[in-house]
Design a protein around this ligand. Structure first.
Ligand SMILES: [Zn+2]
Length: 402
């Protein structure tokens, strides 16, 4: 059984310990010490890193009552100096203690209990036992948690005999048997917890909610504390400044400016579509009269650059509305597009000529006997696809069945 030094002192960063067991492995070795300040992964809090003698600690895990240190190289037995990566550990202490505060704040503001906790490398999440929180509730809970931070209340840790536990008023009942390690934030929160915490709430720093989402009928609150809240604020400022610079406005004007831009883009698109349709109508008249006639039917073959399929459809519609016609239309650009259409009165099945054309443009498509369309990635072959289609049409099925 390893003595857990962090239970009594979360601020212990350097210590000496005696090696009880060394198990070599391909990465280095696994070590048991008589006592350790290294926190093992548990209860939602990640493990500590640091050094034992000259070896780097890569992972710390619980195995029953023992704590196993996984090292990057073998070490000799004896009494060894150990040191915890304090930047990482203090960050975990800020996040973890902040979680106690925020969880209690949600109990007080919204009567929501915390049922899950996870500390990631960039942010922390708690899951609350019901979905849906109003923006006011979020703001209020965030405000209350930060108010307790600014009051710099003491945080006390003690081991409580099982008999005394019911009288404590724990935020969440513990399933553990025997004495409990209890963490108390003065006049605010009492929790059973084996993690590492700061001594006073002021050390937590700002507690900032970043996101809320619904997960499995629960509300997942993403938040950051301490140094992480500074980093997230700096990152937000940089991103927002980039956008504001694009629009040449102040930060506070960005939302209105983006909204205006979106509206304008929508209107422009609408106007462009109307003009495009009108243009297709004019073009259809011109192409129809210029097109060669084969057995009473016009054959229109035309290639465009960077036109959308909608434009090709409007054009085909305009062509067919003027008389018997086969329209073989294509567009080159980032994508290859084909649209073939023919008057209902004409015999033949456009679907039969599509597969070979699709092979040329390296794409796929489909449709009906009288209208087919296809998209592909080889724009350079659109012209050839149209020529192939023309050969097939003139060679066979454009005859009037009557
Ligand atoms: Zn805790």
């Amino acid at each position: 059984m390893t003595e857990r030094l962090y239970y009594c002192d979360s601020y212990l960063r350097q210590f000496e310990a005696t090696v009880m067991q060394v198990q070599p492995n391909p990465q280095g070795c696994e070590v048991l010490l008589d006592a350790t300040a290294f926190y093992p992964e548990s209860g939602g809090q990640p493990y500590d890193l640091g050094t034992i003698a000259t070896a780097q600690v890569q992972e710390v895990v619980e195995r029953g009552d023992d704590i196993v240190h996984r090292l990057d190289r073998p070490i000799a037995a004896g009494r060894l100096p150990c040191e915890i990566d304090w930047t990482r550990r203090f960050d975990h202490m800020q996040q973890h203690t902040g979680q106690h505060l925020l969880s209690q704040a949600f109990v007080r503001v919204a009567k929501r209990n915390t049922v899950g906790f996870h500390m990631g490398a960039d942010y922390v999440t708690i899951d609350l036992d019901a979905e849906g929180l109003s923006p006011q509730q979020l703001n209020e809970a965030e405000r209350l948690a930060n108010a307790i931070v600014y009051e710099n209340r003491p945080i006390d840790m003690r081991i409580v005999p099982q008999l005394e536990v019911p009288a404590l008023g724990l935020r969440k009942e513990s399933q553990r048997e025997g004495p409990l390690r209890v963490v108390t934030i003065e006049d605010f929160d009492v929790s059973a917890c084996g993690g590492t915490h700061v001594r006073r709430t002021g050390e937590i720093g700002s507690i900032v909610i970043r996101k809320v989402e619904r997960v499995n009928r629960q509300a997942r609150i993403e938040f950051v504390c301490g140094w992480r809240s500074l980093v997230s604020g700096q990152s937000d400022r940089q991103l927002l400044t980039q956008v504001a610079r694009q629009f040449s406005v102040g930060l506070s004007e960005v939302p209105a400016r983006v909204e205006k831009q979106v509206q304008e883009a929508r209107q422009l698109r609408k106007a462009l579509q109307a003009k495009s349709k009108a243009l297709a109508g004019f073009l259809a008249k011109e192409l129809f009269v210029q097109a060669p006639v084969l057995q009473g039917s016009r054959i229109v073959k035309q290639i465009f650059q960077d036109e959308e399929l909608e434009f090709l459809k409007s054009l085909a519609h305009g062509l067919l509305s003027q008389g018997d016609c086969v329209a073989l239309l294509g567009s080159t650009g980032a994508q290859a597009a084909l649209l073939f259409a023919q008057s209902d009165r004409l015999a033949g099945d456009l679907r039969l000529i599509l597969p070979e054309c699709c092979l040329l443009i390296e794409g796929k498509g489909g449709g009906t006997r009288t209208t087919v369309q296809a998209g592909g990635k080889n724009s350079a072959q659109v012209q050839q696809a149209l020529e192939l289609a023309e050969q097939k049409v003139t060679g066979g099925f454009s005859e009037n069945p009557s």
